[in-house]
Design a protein around this ligand. Sequence first.
Ligand code: TYD
Length: 135
Amino acid sequence: MQIKKYTFQIHGDDRGQLIALEEMKDIPFEIKRVYYMYDTVDGVRRGFHAHKCLEQILICIHGSCKILLDNGKEKEIVPLDKPYEGLYVSNDMWREMYDFSPDAVLMVLASEFYDESDYIRDYDEFLKYVSRNDK
Ligand code: TYD
């Protein structure tokens, strides 16, 4: 599976580091929504869904976590632990997030507003959905 990771430009100086993200420049879509997870309870695994249209960039801006990506045919585990690195997650991609460090802050930039009808939360339904164009 092709994993698309972005390394953002760091504007560092003797005061510290700063990262700026602009839609259609650093981020390959228009950003309609930002959300983040923190204080994730030890051992929790979340996500367990895919999106029909939504695209996202995941950035672990503090601490670390792991992302499982599954396109219905292949799976990849991507560790995230750098505030200057973004993982692109396309539509039609099952994702699970886990192994959160106690200090982890996982920020998500999303291409659409929150819309429950864009979610596929059942794995078998996801497999059917992504194989819709297979012969
Ligand atoms: P949920 O979909 O369970 O998170 P995850 O897929 O990461 O496990 O979302 C948790 C709650 O937050 C749920 O009640 C829906 C709500 N929520 C919003 O209101 N807006 C959002 O943008 C997101 C991502 C979730």
